[in-house]
Design a protein around this ligand. Structure first.
Ligand code: BTN
Length: 357
């Protein structure tokens, strides 16, 4: 059971601290609070949420607020019981150990919990448009916009994104990554890996067609549209738009030869909220790894690639070229070999793949 759970960075830190010193029975969080400044107060909220999530995921058994009488008077503390440990002696963590915990948590300040602020709409033009407006107003990092239906849903390369009211997952995530501009295209891979993983968790075998399509049985089931606002050569904000065909019946639509849905693959309907939560859980993991400089999402895109090793046609500046796909680079670029044996790297803005692949 535990092995199935993808742990967040904060969870890993807490577990490693607890594992290294299994006699930790208590963490004196009140003492932390007393000695911390405003910034750490924010961190405390992250810690509480993390502990709650760890209980939910059965990584720790319980997390309780307690009072104890000490020589110095009443002391509040948090009791953490770790799963699998036979007997936990009650020991109070001293201040120097507590400081170590705080330091780990501070080093984890980049951890972002996506979707804590989720805003629902009935009908919108495009969730990416709403998200852009909100990003300009500096809505909180990781805010998610979800809509029941879109009247002007769009995809990459000015394509239309077709949906049916209330049937599919339509959402956008607002991000302010403090990362160099050249890494922004990795976020498309982060989204594609998250979608692919989420789909696998529902029992389908998904493949990723670089840069932004997720396929099941060779048909597109989800698409990602990442739009980046740049100011002074830096990322101002990034909008990650994701559309997933969940309950839409495509079998009677003209796109049936190229598109599919959860319903068409699995024969039953799914809660869109459940699909969204699964997707956010995955995105949380891959995006936080990206913030730490880890290219795990790109690895997932490579391992599940629909096109690596294949001969395909790419279009660049309105001209088609026959190439062989070699790999995906760590920065998310596609590595191809042209007909003369030259190896070249292309970003997602430079080329598009012919729709037959
Ligand atoms: C593609 O396949 O080219 C990308 C499709 C992305 C569609 C999603 S749906 C939510 C968000 N809002 C949009 O207008 N587009 C994205």
């Amino acid at each position: 059971m535990h092995g199935d759970i993808i742990r967040g960075h904060t969870e890993n830190i807490i577990l490693s601290i607890l594992k290294d010193k299994p006699m930790y029975g208590y963490e004196i969080l009140e003492e932390i609070v007393n000695k911390t400044n405003h910034e750490l107060e924010l961190k405390k909220i992250t810690l509480y949420k993390t502990l709650e999530r760890m209980v939910k995921n059965e990584l720790i058994e319980q997390f309780m607020k307690n009072d104890t009488k000490t020589n110095g008077g009443n002391r509040k503390y948090y009791q953490i019981t770790i799963k699998g440990l036979q007997s936990l002696k009650e020991s109070v963590v001293n201040w120097s150990d507590t400081k170590k915990i705080i330091n780990h948590l501070i080093s984890d300040l980049e951890y972002l919990s996506i979707g804590e602020n989720t805003i629902y709409f009935d009908e919108v033009t495009s969730t990416n448009d709403i998200a852009k407006e909100m990003a300009k107003e500096k809505v909180s990092d990781g805010t998610v916009i979800v809509a029941n239906s879109q009247i002007k849903g769009r995809g990459r390369l000015q394509r239309e994104w077709i949906d049916e009211s209330g049937k599919n997952l339509i959402m956008s995530i607002i991000l302010y990554p403090r990362k160099p501009l050249h890494t922004a295209s990795i976020i498309t891979q982060v989204a594609a890996a998250s979608v692919s993983d989420a789909i696998k968790d529902f029992g389908m075998d998904s493949k990723i067609k670089w840069p932004n399509d997720v396929l099941v049985g060779g048909k597109k089931i989800s698409g990602v549209l990442v739009e980046t606002a740049i100011e002074n050569n830096q990322i101002e904000y990034v909008i990650v738009g994701i559309g997933m065909n969940v309950n839409m019946d495509i079998s009677n639509k003209p796109i049936k030869t190229i598109a599919s849905s959860f319903f068409n693959e699995l024969g039953n309907e799914f809660s869109i909220e459940l699909v969204k939560n699964k997707l956010i859980e995955k995105f949380n993991y891959y995006y936080n790894e990206f913030l730490k400089g880890n290219d795990i999402a790109v690895q997932v895109c490579r391992e599940n690639s629909h096109i690596i090793g294949k001969d395909v046609i790419i279009n660049m500046n309105n001209t088609d070229y026959k190439v062989k796909v070699i790999d995906i680079a760590d920065d998310g670029k596609l590595i191809i070999e042209d007909e003369n044996g030259n190896i070249e790297f292309f970003s997602l803005n430079e080329i598009s793949l012919h729709k037959n692949y």
